[in-house]
Unconditional design. Structure first.
Lengths: 109, 112
């Protein structure tokens, strides 16, 4: 069963426009949610995680347990935000970790 | 600085060859993971290990095996490489199921 769903494979926005990358999850326990980012020619790295409640590079994500969503948002997109973004879920049992299929974000100058 | 390293950035192998991909971490991670990354499919977990000599199957273990003889090293083995195993392979380390994972640079494997 698909644990993490990212409905958009590709997303293009203009510089300065708001951006939202969608993530929905399916898990009956208490998950920890993450957003990872992979810039061109760089390794996959953590962008932010739910428990830290930080804003990283202007991005925020709110866990909505009712809608089982963890959408990533930024009010004003920058060109350097162009990257592949993965939503991920860490299970509270069994050490399992699940990634979504990723969303490729392109910010148009 | 966190370091997860992978033995090769690029590998070209022939069908039927036995292939070893090595991953080393220097952060004393309990858990280590092997994923393959394919366009449109995201990251799919092949195997993970939560302790030395311990391993668990992920979502796509068929055709792969792993070895963890030391805490810092986690090897992925393709017993008999096939063309459908052409992919980017990512290794990661972490301290627990709900903790951040730290990724290596990846190994791009081409099986001819």
């Amino acid at each position: 069963a698909q644990r993490v769903t990212q409905p958009e494979k590709l997303l293009s926005v203009f510089k300065g426009a708001p951006v939202e990358l969608k993530c929905n999850y399916s898990y009956s326990g208490s998950p920890e949610l993450f957003w990872y980012v992979q810039y061109s020619r760089q390794r996959l790295q953590l962008l932010l995680r739910h428990i830290s409640r930080e804003s990283i590079k202007g991005f925020t994500a709110d866990l909505n347990k009712g809608e089982t969503s963890f959408h990533l948002k930024k009010p004003f997109a920058q060109e350097e935000d162009s990257a592949m973004y993965y939503c991920a879920l860490g299970a509270n049992t069994g050490n399992q970790f699940y990634f979504g299929t990723g969303t490729s974000l392109t910010v148009i100058p | 600085d966190v370091k997860v390293t992978q033995s090769s950035r690029y590998l070209v192998k022939r069908t039927g060859e036995k292939v070893f991909l090595e991953c080393v971490q220097d952060m004393d991670h309990e858990n280590m993971f092997w994923y393959r990354q394919d366009p449109g499919l995201g990251l799919r977990l092949i195997y993970f290990s939560y302790d030395v000599k311990m391993k668990e199957k992920g979502d796509i273990p068929e055709g792969y095996s792993v070895s963890r003889e030391k805490k810092e090293r986690f090897s992925l083995i393709l017993e008999s490489a096939s063309t459908n195993q052409t992919s980017m392979y990512l290794c990661a380390g972490g301290w627990g199921g709900q903790e951040t994972q730290y990724f290596g640079p990846g190994t791009r494997l081409l099986v001819l």
